[in-house]
Design a protein around this ligand. Sequence first.
Ligand SMILES: [Fe+2]
Ligand SMILES: [Fe+2]
Length: 140
Amino acid sequence: MPIRIHSHGKLLQKWLRYPRCDILEYDTQHQELLERMNAINEMLAKGGDDQTILLLLARLTVHFAQHHQDEEQRMLASHYGRFSSHAEDHHQMQTDLLPGLVDAIRRGEPGVNFDPLIRWQASHITHFDKPMARYLLSRE
Ligand SMILES: [Fe+2]
Ligand SMILES: [Fe+2]
């Protein structure tokens, strides 16, 4: 559930815990990604050092790519029927939403934050990762 926090007079949503999909490895990775995004949001709200923020963004991009690659390899290996739409949702986030946010931060756009990506991840877990996990767990 999200809680609401005030930051520089602006209301941000802060997710403390994502819905679980019940594959421990993925729940742990989702939680780590969330903590990384919350940390970037905090640095943006505080006006943190640009180089540090860019480094955190580069690491986050790598961690998302690795996480998605893990899921996609496992879906393919298990012949999951909804692989294409699931992988397409990963792809759109990685080629559109995430680079768009990174560019906006690089340009120093005022008020930019990671809330859209944090919300994307919550929705993706509910609509894609949970059904995937149910399928994978039913085959083990
Ligand atoms: Fe996924
Ligand atoms: Fe995931």
